[in-house]
Ligand binder design. Structure first.
Ligand code: FAD
Length: 536
C-alpha cells in the first residue's frame, strides 16, 4: 500500500479476487454547492459503507451565485431519488429551456441555444438546410420547436403534469449523458437558488449519515510523501481521512495551497475576470417568468438574467481590463432599472481556468477549486456534477492506482478545455465589433485547434467530426446555434444541398412550425404553472 493512512479501512476485507479494498473515509472541506452536492451524491452512491465528514466554515461565505444549470442536472436529482416536487419548491426553482443571447449580433437581435436536439434531413442537419433555404430570418424558430415556446414564455410541463410528448426527443448519436435523454423526457434544465439547494442537500446528506462539522480549517497536514494526512480545525481538532475532497472554492485550500498544484489560467483566451451580482425582487403575478437564462451583451462583457420564483438573479460578467467595478455596477443597475434600487451588490473576482490536475495524491478538487469558466453557458454546476460522477467511476482503492487518477484527470480536463473552446467561439463569432472590447474579441488568440476548426466551419457547418472531439457536454448542434446566432462568421450551406431534393427539408420546417404552434396553444405559461403549483 502506498497511500496515506488507512483510517476507516481497518477490518475491511479486500474483495475476494484479491484487489485492494475501496477507501472508506472521506473528508470534504467546503460546504458550498460543490461540497454538498458531493456529500449527497457519495451518500446516495455508497450509503453507509463510506464514512463522510464535511467541514465548512461559518466565517468564509459561499460564492452565493450559480443559479442556471445544464440539462444533465436532472440525472443528479434522479440519482439522489429526488422528484421535482421534493426539491424544486424548496429551492425556488423554475424551468430552463435554453440560453437566450441578446445583442451579440446587433442591438435588438436575439437567438436561442435550446436544449433540443437538432433534426436532420437526408443526412444533413436542419441548420444546413436552413442556410440553403432560409424559410425565415430566424434559424432558431425554424429549426427548433423550443424557440417559439420560449418566445411565448411556455412551461415544459402541462398543468396536470403530463410530460411533453416524447416524439420531440429525436434520436441522434450524441455522447454520454445527453444521449440518455432519448426516449426519456423532453430536455430541460432548471434555475434555482444555489444556497437553498446547498441547504436542502445538507439535510439530505446529514439525514443519511454525513457528519457535518462547522469550523474553520486552519492547517493542512501532509505526511512524509506529501499526501494529505489530516486537516486541523480551530475547534474540533484534527479531521483525518483517506480521501480528501477540496471544495473550498477559488481558494483551492488543499489542491493549490497545501499541495501546490499549479493553476492553468484561461485568461489569455477568455478575459472576463470579474462579476457584480444583484438579487432583484420580482412579482410572479406581474413579471414574465421566462423559461430561459438570458445573456445580454454589454460594452465589456454580458449580463445574466435568471428568473426564479421569488426574485431575479442578475449580474454583469466583465473584463476588468476594460471597465472598473464601479462602472460595471452602474451599468447593471441601469440595465435592471428601479427594481434594483434596494438590492446590494455582490462584487466577485473570478479565477478563470483550471487546476493543472484536479486529483493529486489523495486529494480531489471539485467545484471552483478544480476550475471555472465564466457562466455564459451555465457550466459551473455541470462541472461539479460531472466531476462527482467521474469520482465514483474512478473511485480509489487502498493501493491508490495511479491509472485511476490519470483517467479522472483526463476526463475533467477534457470537459473544461472543451467548454473553454465553445465559449471562445461565442466571442469570436459575435458580429458585434462596436468598441475596443468587442474588436479585441476578433483578434485575441484562440485555443490552438479552434483556429483550424473555425476555418472548417466557414465551408461546412459543424458536425461530430469537427467540434471539440472529446466529451465536454456540448453536442455539435450547440456549435451550429452559436455560429448561426452570433452571425459574425460567414457560414455557408453544403454545396451538395443544391443537388438534393429539398421537399423533405421544407416539410420538416413545416413540422417544426406546426408542433410549436400546437404547444404554444396548449401549454401553460411558466407564470400560470407556478402560480397553480403555489396555490396547490
Ligand atoms: P464556494 O461556494 O466558494 O464554497 C466554498 C466553501 O468552502 C464554503 O462553504 C466555505 O465556507 C468553505 N471554506 C473555504 N475556506 C475554508 C476553511 N478554511 N475552512 C472551512 N471551510 C472553508 N454555475 C452554474 O452552474 N450556473 C451559473 O449560472 C453560475 N453562475 C455563476 C456566476 C458567477 C459570478 C460565479 C463566480 C460562479 C457561477 N457559477 C455558476 C459557478 C457556481 O457558483 C459554482 O460552481 C458553485 O457555487 C460551486 O462553488 P464551490 O462550492 O466550489 O465554492
Amino acid at each position: 500500500m502506498n497511500g496515506p493512512g488507512t483510517n476507516g479501512t481497518a477490518g475491511h476485507d479486500p474483495a475476494a479476487n484479491g484487489a485492494a479494498a475501496a477507501v472508506r473515509d472521506v473528508v470534504i472541506v467546503g460546504g458550498g454547492t460543490a461540497g454538498w452536492m458531493t456529500a449527497a451524491y457519495l451518500t446516495a452512491a455508497f450509503g453507509n459503507r463510506v464514512k463522510i465528514t464535511l467541514v465548512e466554515s461559518a466565517d468564509v461565505g459561499t460564492i452565493g451565485v450559480g443559479e442556471a444549470t445544464f440539462s444533465d442536472i436532472r440525472h443528479f436529482f434522479e440519482f439522489l431519488g429526488l422528484a421535482e416536487r421534493d426539491w424544486m419548491p424548496a429551492c425556488n426553482a423554475t424551468y430552463k429551456l435554453a440560453v437566450r443571447f441578446e445583442n451579440w449580433r446587433e442591438p435588438g437581435h436575439h437567438f436561442y441555444h435550446p436544449f433540443e436536439q437538432l433534426r436532420s434531413v437526408k443526412g444533413f442537419p436542419l441548420t444546413d438546410w436552413w442556410l440553403r433555404y432560409p424559410t425565415s430570418k430566424r434559424f432558431d424558430t425554424d429549426c427548433f420547436v423550443m424557440a417559439s415556446l420560449i418566445d411565448a414564455n411556455r412551461n415544459p410541463r402541462y398543468l396536470d403534469n403530463r410530460l411533453l410528448e416524447q416524439e420531440f426527443v429525436e434520436s441522434d448519436d450524441l455522447p454520454n449523458t445527453i444521449a440518455e435523454y432519448q426516449g426519456a423526457q423532453f430536455p430541460y434544465a432548471y434555475h434555482f437558488e444555489a444556497h437553498l439547494l446547498a441547504k436542502y442537500l445538507t439535510k439530505y446528506a446529514t439525514e443519511r449519515g454525513v457528519r457535518h462539522v462547522v469550523d474553520n480549517v486552519v492547517d493542512v497536514g501532509l505526511d512524509e510523501r506529501g499526501w494529505l494526512s489530516h486537516v486541523t480545525t480551530a475547534e474540533h481538532g484534527r479531521l483525518t481521512g483517506d480521501l480528501f475532497v477540496d471544495c473550498t472554492g477559488f481558494r483551492g485550500l488543499l489542491i493549490n495551497k497545501a499541495l501546490a498544484e499549479p493553476f492553468v489560467s484561461y485568461q489569455d483566451t477568455l478575459p472576463n475576470d470579474s462579476a457584480v451580482a444583484l438579487q432583484v425582487p420580482m412579482d410572479m403575478d406581474k413579471d414574465p417568468l421566462r423559461p430561459c437564462t438570458t445573456a445580454t451583451a454589454q460594452d465589456a462583457g454580458w449580463i445574466w438574467t435568471i428568473p426564479l420564483i421569488s426574485r431575479i438573479g442578475t449580474g454583469y460578467v466583465y473584463a476588468s481590463d476594460y471597465i472598473d467595478a464601479e462602472e460595471a455596477e452602474r451599468t447593471l443597475r441601469e440595465f435592471v432599472g428601479p427594481a434594483a434600487a434596494d438590492a446590494s451588490a455582490n462584487h466577485i473576482r473570478m479565477r478563470i481556468g483550471r487546476s493543472r490536475r484536479s486529483w493529486v495524491n489523495n486529494c480531489v478538487a471539485i467545484g471552483l477549486s478544480s476550475g471555472f469558466v465564466e457562466p455564459l453557458e451555465s457550466t459551473g454546476i455541470f462541472f461539479i456534477h460531472y466531476a462527482i460522477e467521474q469520482l465514483v467511476k474512478y473511485y480509489p482503492a487502498a493501493d491508490w492506482d495511479q491509472s485511476l487518477r490519470d483517467q479522472y484527470n483526463g476526463a475533467v480536463m477534457n470537459v473544461m478545455d472543451g467548454v473553454r473552446e465553445f465559449l471562445v467561439l461565442h466571442y469570436r463569432g459575435a458580429k458585434r465589433a462596436d468598441n475596443q472590447y468587442w474588436r479585441d474579441t476578433k483578434i485575441r488568440t484562440v485555443p490552438d485547434p479552434l483556429a483550424e476548426r473555425l476555418e472548417q466551419w466557414e465551408s461546412k457547418v459543424p458536425d461530430a467530426g469537427t467540434v471539440y472531439p472529446r466529451y465536454h457536454g456540448l453536442p455539435p448542434y450547440s456549435y451550429n446555434c452559436i455560429l448561426l446566432g452570433t452571425g459574425g462568421i460567414d457560414v455557408r450551406p453544403s454545396p451538395a444541398l443544391d443537388l438534393i431534393d429539398e421537399k423533405d427539408a421544407l416539410a420538416e420546417f413545416q413540422a417544426v412550425r406546426d408542433k410549436a404552434r400546437h404547444l404554444v396553444r396548449t401549454l401553460p405559461t411558466q407564470n400560470e404553472y407556478f402560480r397553480r403549483m403555489r396555490e396547490g
